[in-house]
Write a protein that binds this ligand. Sequence first.
Ligand SMILES: Nc1ncnc2c1ncn2[C@@H]1O[C@H](COP(=O)(O)OP(=O)(O)OP(=O)(O)O)[C@@H](O)[C@H]1O
Ligand SMILES: [Mg+2]
Length: 248
Amino acid sequence: MSPAVESTAAKSLVADGLVAGYGGQPVLHGVGFTARAGEILTVVGPNGSGKSTLIKTVVGLIRPMAGRILLDGRDITPLSPAQRAAAGIGYVPQEANVFPNMTVLENLRLGLDFLQTKGSTAFEERLAEVLDLFPEIGGKLSARAGLLSGGQRQMVAMASALMPEPAVLALDEPSAGLSPRNAELLFEIISRIARSGVTLFLIEQNTRLGLGASDHGLVLVSGEVRLAGKAADILATPDIRRLYLGGA
Ligand SMILES: Nc1ncnc2c1ncn2[C@@H]1O[C@H](COP(=O)(O)OP(=O)(O)OP(=O)(O)O)[C@@H](O)[C@H]1O
Ligand SMILES: [Mg+2]
């Protein structure tokens, strides 16, 4: 039997001293952060700095060698990915985040079925709430997800992850491959999701866009936290791109 979702309210997500990698030398060297309930925390950093490794460690796909992860103060480090999902952590990976041969509606139904068996009324109700956030995919429910544009596919992936009403939504580079306008639209939706009572833990390549929409930020370089604090303060740091992000 699938585990039931525990709560629908936003929860804080805290990591402390995470050391993690893929079996050889660790990629993360003692990474910590605090995302308060209902806020947006964005991780930025150069390619290969360990951002995806960090989010995979948070959702349980990678077991840390040291450190722990707390959801609303509860230590979830021993939990499997499925148990963390049931505890309220939704996850949209950087790649392969929809089932391309299934319709949009089937993808959304799987988002809920994965965690629990709810009656069709509950499904219809939640579907309406989620489609209210993503009106653009409402007209595409019977289309195959693989035939949608990159932006629409990203919306389906996020909508599926939202179906079981997670307390935390972890997104790995949600704006990757989108036009600047579509990336902006996506971040407007992300802000609405946070205001609806979900804690957002984001990885983002577009520093200005990601931090601009966030409460707090973290700059990860070579698996270490170089800067952490209010997103606006990080954005205002002189030379941040040249010093930390390898950009102009
Ligand atoms: N499956 C894997 N097995 C072994 N090493 C890996 C694996 N995935 C990533 N790595 C290594 O871990 C390091 C960090 O990779 P990671 O994917 O976390 O970076 P990232 O910050 O998400 O980069 P990007 O911005 O390109 O997505 C890199 O050196 C990478 O080669
Ligand atoms: Mg990555």
